[in-house]
Design a protein around this ligand. Structure first.
Ligand code: AHR
Length: 662
């Protein structure tokens, strides 16, 4: 029987790197424990947050009131009038003498018959979810002559709690109160009623659970942040994505709009209103989750922040608007100011703003993205202006540069132009590549960075996800294909510096894009199989790569079956624990038995720890009803020494950790 020997270590055999072997037994995996290779990028596994699929408003941002400032184009979207006990009145939306220029509209109640109260009700984002015994923090900007009664009711009209305020008077005042909910409800409403004849103006009507992530005011949903923290992300890219570009330039994301008093953050419509599927005409960005909150979130979960700024270009799939080169300075200045906001001393203009917002310590920003999925000469006329200005003032800041929306097929020309530019003198530190492709494409591209120029810019696989079939479900098949390509990321992590799956969040019933890493509704959350792949790689990132040699007896069937998926392996050393980490992906439909040799392991432990992600079928996915259908299972296995055997189940990712003493 002839044997094929395939070496998976870029440092030694840079051009002969094929790690897929096709189902044939016996299979031998040899890890050269005694000869560690290159360091693994400490930033290799991160997350990419975008306000898509109601990821921010209605999602991570814990505000329970939708359209709290009446700034939607449909100003009363989410609101309805309420008359209790014979009360009568009128509701209108006004803008004369509003709260401030950024937030001009407000609701006006004119009560003509007192009854038991006339006012408005808000339904939240598909209902307000309340828990019995929990406190909810209510606030409103109000003026007028009528006292207020604020109450929570469940979907049957059962009152769950209330608070009262005296008439605020003729100047805008902020009223704050706490309501304890006596019951649990999924589809509660918030009612704000004027209880006497007279008038009342209302703006920024807000309700938050008291318990947010770290119990912060204007905070984030603790369960969703916990999902992020559990990924141990090395970095977080934010705030997008396409929303950075905007459908047109007016719609672009401007970070300065997102800091300070929430009542003075101008609302913007969300570009994902315009998704190809499942349009969401009332999807807006309140910017309540703004740049201070993003930086704080990064700090909380130990992720390096990677903010992305608009580069003077709107979405090239949509309006294609460009800022003329002679008008681009303010855009460049925004990028410089952002770095100062993150890192500047409290004596600097933007450092002082950060301090005034409660965070005098710098955020220690190390990198910034310029543009999202931009391409073409238009990008390469604009991006270098940012690069040069950033480097002139902040030489240590790394700039992340776009390479277009994809890396092959229809996007090949755009991607090629970008790399031609980088090869011919256009400066770049880290290049952001995106691939949303079939699982098979992922398997076929496991080695795509094996031949990457080690002297060129680093790679950031900034958006990737395997799209399984036309339904693009979050299947185990997709997750395993992602795991396969990630073995290539680890093996090439001397040049692949960073990677992140996309999109991160999706709200059930309110999404525009699938597949997604984390699914949630107003009370529940679960990770997709892809989530577990990200978590397993991130939590088992080695410090250095170890050379791997794969040997298999090639059978006629495997020679013919080039389309058959295979086995993908990468290994490394965890210096802190002294463990050899072996990531083994079996993307075939059958189990693969392998002999494993940790060559040079001086004192292998008697036990190995294995974490296995698999399920009965490659089509399996998770759901609210079965959130752990596809979830990692831990086991220990006795091993006789440095050589042992193990079977890798069909459609699986196995992480083996062995104390090797090499
Ligand atoms: O992740 C969804 C979208 O995909 C991002 O906004 C964009 O960068 C890409 O096209």
């Amino acid at each position: 029987m002839s044997s094929r020997k395939l070496t998976a270590f870029a440092g030694i055999f840079p051009f002969a790197l094929v790690t897929a072997i096709f189902a044939a037994a016996p299979t031998r995996i040899t890890v050269d424990v005694a000869h560690p290779g290159h360091e693994v990028s400490p930033l290799l596994h991160g997350i990419f947050f975008e306000d898509i699929n109601y990821g921010a408003d209605g999602g991570l941002y814990a505000e329970l009131v939708q359209n709290r400032s009446f700034e939607h184009e449909e100003h009363l979207f989410g609101w309805s009038t309420v008359s209790r006990g014979g009360a009568a009145g009128a509701l209108s939306v006004e803008s004369l003498d509003g709260l401030n220029a950024k937030n001009p509209h407000y609701a006006r109640l004119v009560v003509s018959a007192q009854g038991k109260g006339f006012g408005v009700a808000n339904e939240g984002f598909g209902g307000i979810a309340l828990k019995a015994g929990e406190n909810y923090l209510f606030s409103v900007h109000a003026r007028g002559t009528a006292p207020l009664r604020v109450l929570l009711e469940d979907e049957t009209g059962r009152p769950l709690g209330e608070t009262h305020f005296d008439a605020p008077g003729m100047q805008w005042r902020t009223l704050d109160g706490i309501i304890r909910s006596s019951g649990t409800a999924l589809h509660a409403r918030l009612l704000v009623l004027a209880t006497e004849v007279g008038g009342l103006d209302l703006d920024v009507v807000s309700l938050f659970p008291e318990h947010t992530w770290k119990d912060r005011r204007n905070g984030l949903r603790a369960d969703l942040v916990q999902m992020l923290a559990d990924l141990h992300p090395a970095f977080m890219r934010f705030p997008g994505g396409c929303i950075v570009e905007g459908k047109d330039l007016a719609n672009r994301y401007q970070w300065k709009d997102t800091i300070g008093d929430i009542a003075a953050r101008p609302q913007n419509w969300n570009r994902w209103q315009d998704a190809v599927r499942l349009t969401a005409p009332n999807y807006y960005q309140t910017y309540g989750l703004g740049f201070l909150e993003y930086f704080q979130l990064c700090e909380d979960i130990g992720a390096e922040p990677l903010p992305v700024v608009n580069c003077g270009m709107a979405c090239q799939f949509q309006s294609k608007q460009l800022v003329p080169l002679n008008e681009i300075d303010p855009f460049v200045q925004d990028a410089l100011d952002l770095i100062e906001f993150a890192n500047g001393p409290v004596t600097s203009e933007w450092g002082a703003r950060r301090a005034a917002l409660g965070h005098p310590a710098p955020f220690n920003l190390k990198m910034i993205g310029v543009g999202n999925e931009q391409w073409g000469e238009e990008y390469f006329e604009r991006y270098p202006l940012f690069y040069r200005a950033i480097k002139a003032k902040y030489p240590d800041i790394k700039v992340v540069t776009g390479a277009g929306p994809g890396v092959d097929a229809g996007d090949q020309a755009r991607w090629k132009l970008a790399w031609d530019k980088f090869r011919s003198g256009t400066p770049a530190d880290i290049v952001d590549e995106h691939f949303y492709r079939s699982p098979q494409w992922f398997l076929d591209n496991v080695n795509r960075y094996d031949t990457q120029d080690r002297n060129g810019p680093k790679i950031f696989a900034g958006e990737f996800a395997a799209h399984d079939g036309t339904a693009k479900r979050n299947t185990l098949r997709a997750a395993i294909a992602e795991a396969a390509i990630m073995t290539g990321f680890v093996r090439n992590s001397d040049v692949v510096a960073m990677s992140s799956y996309a999109p991160l969040f999706a709200k059930a019933g309110a999404w525009q894009w699938n597949p997604d890493l984390i699914w949630f509704d107003n009370t529940r959350v679960y990770g997709s199989p892809s989530y577990h792949v990200q978590a397993l790689f991130s939590r088992n990132r080695p410090d250095v790569v170890l050379p791997v040699t794969l040997e298999s007896a090639a059978s006629p069937a495997s020679e013919a079956g080039k389309a058959a998926p295979g086995l993908y392996v990468v290994a490394g050393l965890d210096r802190k624990t002294g463990e050899t980490i072996l990531d083994v992906v079996n993307a075939t439909g059958g189990a693969i038995a392998a002999d494993i040799d940790l060559r040079g392991a001086a004192h292998p432990a008697a036990e190995a720890h294995a974490t296995v992600l698999t399920s009965a079928s490659a089509d399996d996915e998770n759901s609210f009803e079965a959130p752990d259908k596809v979830a990692p299972r831990d086991e220990t296995m006795k091993i006789p020494g440095a050589s042992f055997s193990r079977e890798f189940p069909a459609n699986s990712l196995t992480i083996l950790r062995v104390k090797s003493g090499g």
